[in-house]
Design a protein around this ligand. Structure first.
Ligand code: A3P
Length: 279
């Protein structure tokens, strides 16, 4: 029923691209019936929106709340559901923490009404972050130029607009907390508190401060479990923690390119009344 074409770098699944070697179309299809447990925690993002940052926050909260199993690093602690790489997640002990870049219809149907944390980032910074990442990453498929990224606004498999749109239109089907990268930058402690409350973890004020401290850019960058430098050099050359700021797009976009994104936003998401912080 679906189009399955594997090129050197890409697995195609229903018009979406996934990095070959990390998953297959059959596996993504099988996720529909993947069994969800009440204790599962899901983080969903478009790529380069603050995934590994929010992973660090969630993992730190769960560690302090107690009962978390130990894994060597954040990627193994909170793996991407769509990237199986020979693992069988159904055998993992609870509580399981998952990350995902998938759109709602590709995720397990049992996830409906379950807790999901969704993080989004303003599209201009999102694309600049991906632009740098793609230049260093063979996983990203190819060396891309900003202009072509802007043309399609499709990076690493799906369009930013589709992702944000699908998640907002389907939000009522899930128990979802939507956060933005920018609000996390502006008030990290406040964001930690929100996530903590949403997950029903009653941490003390001191513990919340501790989580925020561990999740700061400089501290995460030094933390070998969290900075993703453990990824083999030939795959992604330690480029997950780059700048960590709002507004870097201003160093790369022309006024015309910026207006083009504004127009696209209006055209594709105007009806959702989303507000973004640009600087
Ligand atoms: P930049 O490339 O703009 O620096 P993802 O984890 O989804 O791949 O997103 C990566 C982006 O999140 C990168 O953005 C990275 O620097 C940023 N990031 C990672 N950890 C962060 C932190 N603790 N604080 C702020 N930004 C962080």
């Amino acid at each position: 029923p679906y189009h399955n074409q594997i090129t050197e770098h890409i697995v195609r699944y229903k018009n979406y691209n996934f990095p070959a070697g990390m998953t297959t179309a059959e596996y993504i299809d099988s996720l529909q019936s993947f069994e969800i447990r009440d204790s599962d925690i899901f983080l969903v993002t478009y790529l380069k929106s603050g995934t590994i940052w929010t992973q660090q926050i969630i993992i730190s909260i769960c560690e302090l709340a107690g009962g978390l199993n130990e894994y060597p690093n954040n990627m193994e602690q909170m793996p991407w559901l769509e990237f199986c790489e020979g693992q069988d997640y159904s055998k993992r002990p609870s509580p399981r923490l998952f990350s995902s870049h998938l759109i709602p219809s590709f995720l397990p149907s049992g996830l409906k009404e379950k807790k999901i944390i969704y993080v989004m980032r303003n599209p201009k910074d999102n694309i600049v972050s991906y632009f740098h990442f793609s230049r260093k990453s063979s996983v990203a498929g190819s060396v891309l130029v900003l202009v072509s990224l802007l043309k399609s606004f499709t990076v690493g498999g799906s369009s930013w607009f589709d992702h944000v749109r699908e998640w907002h239109l389907n939000r009522d089907q899930y128990n979802i907390l939507i956060l933005t990268y920018e609000e996390m930058i502006l008030d990290l402690k406040g964001a930690v508190k929100k996530i903590c409350t949403f997950l029903g973890k009653g941490l003390s004020e001191a513990a919340i401060i501790q989580v925020a401290e561990k999740s700061k850019f400089e501290n995460m960058k030094k933390n070998p479990k969290a900075n993703y430098e453990f990824i083999p050099q030939d795959k992604i050359q330690g480029n997950f923690m780059r700048k960590g700021q709002i507004g870097d797009w201003k160093n790369f976009f022309t006024a015309e390119q910026s207006q083009r994104v504004d127009r696209l936003l209006q055209e594709k998401l105007g009806d959702l009344s989303l507000r973004f912080i640009w600087e």
